[in-house]
Design a protein around this ligand. Structure first.
Ligand code: HEC
Ligand code: HEC
Length: 595
């Protein structure tokens, strides 16, 4: 009895110590939970037996982690997956558009590699506009997506769901695509001879002493090495890569050759040799590399957020986040009362509707594309014969009619908006739609939108958290502005962060193509509901909820199977891990190999 009283006194004193607020928070938590209990989405742990057909072993996951971070992946030994998917940027990269292999600037060498491993950002970095100051032969075409929670989006059957346009769904194959892709990991440079004038990739040379069979092959023209754009063709045996092609040109390895070079290099590294045998009972092959990386990526999961704890009954969200949640879940035009205060619904759940707070829907918010992306170049996006994605479109016999050829905008500017989902579906109704992005860990994946165009203070703000919050505030405000009435705007200004002038055919995402309310409904845009005006406190509440309420801080160190997902200090090849941009100073042969 006495003990019990003491406990009560302590509890009472504790709640007094935190004043009324702790009591208020628990009361408000209960109120919000009760009011929303029917609609709060829940995220279950991924079922690996279903999505991978097995639960990967710790040994396989560690193998995946090391490959993911090993710059052996690129022919020039300068880029790994972790160049663009960094654990200290929420497994995205902090840039609007990144650059792939052969980039220059930014961090370089082992020092930065190890500083990065300690979680240090921006060591000796010259910060360019997007923070990193990389310069490359070409900018990559979209803002890097995080690999977090892809396990909930992969779909082998439909082969849809991944990327901003959902054009891919098979993860085993997807993880090999960056290795295939010249501008990303492989390199557009011709083969470099060593100091003795030898081609180390030649048939019978140190790497190709045995031929390599590529299973996930892509049919390249044998004679010119030119890529014909067909994936999953016949397995191909690669005996070596000639320095000169039959027509006398110096060879740039094609997609299959890039993959073969990787397999050949990894077979020379004792750790990989041994571990692939142990895990798969086989030599290093492209299929096994795909298995190892994808198993690892599938454990990048953000599941343990204050929101999830709140759903389970804890008082893990503060008062502002609770108000934000209530607004998020309430449709536009409706109100919800929390703690005696009437709050406006902002209808986010209409679209960000799954347990990931993303989902597989697509919508067009008319967001401006970045003119540095190849996908916003007129020649690239509208040329039927030699444009990005145009070959597969032509192979299917039709092209989505997003850009109206011959319109004044196309004649006067080299810029057009990225057509988005229509790249994957080939359906004109999907022009300019993008995947509704997942919002868990969103505070870590600054900048925002498909080309990273929402970057608030950008390079001028060195406090990364503050920068994310400011950018998120803009993102929310942008959503609430709704589709713009074209009559209200006239002059166009390319520098504006978003499309404001929607009557300009093609130059802008057309007004009628935007759907700010419900991507599932084709109907009217409910223009009458917009703009939704919120005061600063209300916008901050929504931002606080998505930024902190949906943040799983442990997900950057621990994977869903208890495995380590952090950035390793050393990788098996002996190369500097993951983010080196040292102008090709690393050797073409990995130092830890046996040749
Ligand atoms: C040069 C930067 C870069 C490199 C290197 C890179 N990625 Fe990516 N990654 C991107 C970009 C950009 C996207 C989004 C592309 C799009 O939407 O079209 C992306 C998307 C993804 C996705 C889809 C995420 C989603 O939510 O749909 C996965 C998975 C992924 N990358 C894994 C990898 C793996 C594995 C590697 C290494 C083999 C890798 N990436 C290397 C830039 C990169
Ligand atoms: C009509 C569907 C729809 C509704 C409603 C909606 N969103 Fe979005 N949201 C999107 C789409 C589509 C994008 C991606 C747009 C792009 O990249 O061009 C997006 C992007 C975002 C992003 C940027 C994420 C990133 O990683 O780049 C955030 C944050 C966000 N939404 C939050 C919200 C909030 C908060 C609300 C409620 C106020 C909301 N959304 C309502 C469709 C919607």
């Amino acid at each position: 009895m006495k003990k019990c009283c003491t406990l009560l006194v302590i509890l009472f004193l504790q709640s007094c110590q935190f004043g009324q607020s702790s009591f208020e928070v628990s009361k408000t938590s209960e109120e919000v939970r009760m009011k929303l209990k029917e609609v709060l989405p829940v995220l279950e742990r991924p079922n690996y037996d279903v999505i991978l057909g097995r639960t990967p072993s710790q040994k396989e996951l560690e193998l995946g982690r090391l490959i993911f971070n090993d710059t052996i992946l690129s022919r020039n030994n300068d880029v790994s997956c972790a160049t663009c998917h960094l654990t200290n940027h929420g497994l995205a990269d902090g840039n609007a558009l990144n650059v792939g292999t052969l980039g220059q600037g930014g961090p370089s060498g082992d020092d930065v590699g190890s500083a990065f491993a300690e979680g240090v950002l921006s060591v000796s970095r010259s910060t360019g506009e997007d923070g990193f100051g990389f310069v490359g032969p070409t900018f990559f075409f979209r803002n890097t997506l995080s690999t977090v929670n892809v396990a909930y989006r992969v779909n082998e059957a439909t082969d849809n769901g991944l990327f901003h346009d959902g054009r891919f769904g098979r993860i085993h194959f997807q993880v090999l695509l960056p290795i295939h892709t010249n501008v990303e990991i492989c390199g557009t440079n011709p083969i470099v001879l060593n100091e003795k004038g030898e081609n180390i990739f030649a048939e019978g040379g140190p790497l190709f002493d045995k031929p390599v069979t590529i299973n996930h092959s892509n049919s390249n023209d044998d004679y010119t090495g030119q890529d014909t754009g067909k994936f999953h063709a016949q397995p191909q045996i690669i005996k070596g890569i000639p320095y000169k092609r039959k027509d006398g040109s110096i060879s740039i390895p094609n997609r299959n050759e890039c993959l073969a070079i990787l397999v050949a290099k990894m077979r020379k590294v004792p750790y990989y040799q041994k571990t692939f045998q142990e895990v798969y009972g086989e030599d290093v092959t492209d299929l096994n590399i795909g298995r190892a990386i994808s198993s690892f990526v599938m454990t990048h999961v953000a599941l343990n957020t204050p929101y999830d704890k709140f759903v389970k009954g804890e008082n893990s969200l503060d008062a502002s986040q609770l108000r934000g949640l209530a607004m998020f879940m309430t449709p536009i035009g409706k109100e919800i009362e929390v703690g005696g205060k009437k709050l406006k619904g902002v209808g986010c759940i209409n679209c960000h509707d799954k347990g990931t707070f993303g989902g597989n829907g697509f919508a067009s918010l008319g967001v401006r594309s970045d003119s540095r992306s190849p996908l916003s170049r007129t020649d690239f996006s509208t040329n039927r014969n030699n444009g990005f994605f145009s070959r597969p479109r032509v192979q299917r016999g039709y092209l989505p009619n997003c850009h109206v050829l011959g319109s004044s905008a196309l004649e006067t500017t080299s810029y057009v908006p990225d057509i988005g989902r229509a790249n994957g579906s080939f359906n004109s109704d999907d022009c300019f739609k993008f995947r509704i992005p997942p919002l868990r860990n969103v505070i870590e994946t600054y900048p925002y939108f498909h080309h990273g165009t929402e970057r608030a203070l950008g390079r001028n703000e060195s406090d990364f958290e503050k920068r994310s919050l400011l950018a998120l505030k803009n993102v929310v405000a942008y959503h609430l502005r709704g589709p713009i009435n074209p009559q209200l705007y006239s002059a166009y200004d390319v520098q504006k962060p978003f499309f404001d002038d929607l009557y300009q055919k093609d130059f802008l995402v057309p007004y009628y193509a935007q759907n700010f309310i419900d991507y599932k409904l084709k109907g009217p845009n409910h223009v009458d509901l917009f703009p939704v005006t919120l005061d600063d406190e209300a916008i901050n509440d929504v931002v606080n909820f998505i930024a902190y309420g949906l943040w799983d801080k442990s997900s950057m160190s621990k994977g869903a199977l208890g495995n380590d997902v952090s950035h390793p200090k050393k990788v098996p090849s002996g190369l500097s891990p993951s983010i080196t941009r040292d102008n090709g100073k690393q050797t073409e042969l990995p130092p830890n190999g046996k040749y």
